[in-house]
Write a protein that binds this ligand. Structure first.
Ligand code: C5P
Length: 235
């Protein structure tokens, strides 16, 4: 069954705690990302853990291998459950990160879901998002990443391209029908994502900016449950 990770993209500990209280009992996983972590560091992680939540530290690491490996070790010291890194950082960077033991789960970003066709032209005039996502996802798998972060629109293509790999998927870019896209580009509805058997969906504004975040989360959970493939329903 697909799990929701709520992106706590807020600017204060007070707003973070309000969301955690509102969502208590409905959501297990929370994302602490660049905004909250830069402003409040370890405290933001501790607060999620104190509320009994699991932490996805979405720092999208991208640096030389040693620096990234040390950051993965530091994330382990924080007790987070997963940390993200950019697969564009290369195979040596990924290997160095994967060799850190013990370590949180490593979730590899392929191409940001906010990016569109025009943004990847910088790599090559003929660069295409699906081709890039496919190469990066494969590099992630080979290098020891525990999950692929991509758009839900690419999951079907990746499952078809690598039918024998037990690749796990984490997908942002989730928008309920009729919701604002904001800066997202390659999106799908929660039901469509659940029907694909995606492991985790990262959802921010459709929940955190809702007038009633708890209701928004419950509605999305219900939509996903109704759409989940029957074989995954029992998990
Ligand atoms: O508010 P929204 O639902 O767009 O939030 C999506 C979250 O997922 C944001 O916190 C963003 O940083 C994160 N993310 C993303 N695209 C990726 C990786 C992470 O949007 N490729």
């Amino acid at each position: 069954m697909t799990q929701i990770i709520v992106a706590l993209d807020v600017d204060s500990i007070k707003k973070q705690e309000d969301l955690l209280k509102a969502l208590r009992g409905t959501i297990v996983w929370y994302k602490v990302g660049l905004q909250l972590f830069t402003a409040h560091g370890k405290r933001a992680v501790d607060i999620v853990q104190r509320h009994g939540g699991k932490v996805f530290l979405d720092l999208k690491l991208h640096d030389i291998p040693q620096t990234v490996a040390h950051a993965v070790h530091a994330a382990q010291m924080l007790g987070v459950d997963a940390v993200s890194l950019h697969l564009m950082g290369g195979s040596d960077m990924l290997r160095a990160a994967a060799e850190v033991m013990p370590r949180p789960k490593l979730w590899g970003v392929t191409v940001l879901t906010s990016m569109g066709a025009k943004d990847v032209k910088i790599f090559a005039a003929s660069a295409k998002i699906p081709t890039l996502v496919k190469s990066l996802a494969k590099q992630g798998w080979v290098g020891g990443a525990d999950a692929t972060i991509c758009s839900p629109q690419e999951v079907g293509m990746l499952k078809k391209a690598f039918p024998h790999l037990d690749m796990k998927f984490v997908t942002p870019g989730i928008r309920p029908k009729g919701a604002a896209l904001n800066d997202q580009n390659r999106v799908m509805t929660p039901g469509e994502a659940a029907a694909l058997g995606i492991d985790f969906v990262v959802i921010g504004r459709p929940i955190t900016h809702a007038a009633d975040p708890r209701k928004a989360a419950l509605d999305i959970l219900a939509e996903m449950k109704a759409a989940a493939p029957k074989s995954l329903d029992r998990e």
